[in-house]
Each structure stands twice: as C-alpha cells, then as structure tokens.
Design a protein. Structure first.
Length: 139
C-alpha cells in the first residue's frame, strides 16, 4: 500500500469508533497494513479473516458494517463468492481490493454494487475514503 501521510481521519470520530470493519485477504501483510491505516484514522472495531470460511463465521457473529474483500483469495475469485454470501446475510457495504484489476474483473465486481474497487497497491487515502463512505451508508 502506498501512503500519503497516513490518510485523512473521518470527520466524525464517534461514527468511526462505532463502525465495524471486516478485512478479508489471504496475505497477512495486507491485512496488517489495512488495519494500521484504519486504526491510525480512528477506526477501532476491526476484525480480520484470511479466507471465506473465517470471514463468514466472523460476519455471522459480529455483523460488520463494511467488508474490505480481496477478490483473489487463494488464487481464485472467492472474494465474489464471499460478497454474494454476505449480501444474502447482511447489509454489509463491500470494498473490493485486487491486484488483478482487469476490465472483466471490474465488470464482475460491479454486480455487487461495491462502495469502491481498489487496485493494489492502493493509497491509504483511497482506503479511508471508501471505508468512511461505507460506514456512512451503513448508518
């Protein structure tokens, strides 16, 4: 992830603290980096999962407002499978991230009406803008 400063904090710290964010990526360093960016901006309710099963288990119990989903989990497009399952279960807002931002992938992602579609490496400002918007929409 690239960073321009540490991004901009959300305008409503109380809303940021209340927003539940689920990070799903099979790369632990990406999850750690996203968590750091979000925590520095005042988001404190953050959970992580490395796969679809773990993410669904957390989502059932914890009911995230926003889910940041890697599209290519374990070399497959399981992020779309997860987005579909979340959409059926909860009104969670989706932010897709991918290192494979082809036009075809973007078209497939659009079917889920995501808050944002971010290509890796992404900028912390982009991440914060997407999460802030998702948290706002979840209220």
């Amino acid at each position: 992830m690239t960073s321009s400063a540490s991004g901009t904090p959300p305008s409503d710290p109380a809303a940021a603290a209340a927003c539940r964010i689920l990070i799903v990526d099979d790369e632990s360093l990406i999850r750690m980096d996203l968590r750091l960016v979000l925590e520095e901006a005042g988001y404190i309710n953050i959970e992580e999962a490395a796969n679809v099963e773990g993410a669904l288990s957390l989502a059932r119990q914890w009911r995230p407002d926003v889910a940041i989903l890697d599209i290519n989990l374990a070399g497959d497009t399981e992020g779309f499978t997860l987005a579909e399952a979340l959409r059926k279960m909860l009104p969670t807002r989706i932010v897709f991230v991918t290192g494979y931002g082809t036009d075809e992938t973007r078209r497939a992602a659009a079917a889920f009406a995501p808050v944002a579609f971010l290509n890796k490496p992404f900028d912390s400002v982009q991440v914060l803008a997407a999460v802030t918007r998702g948290c706002r929409e979840a209220r």
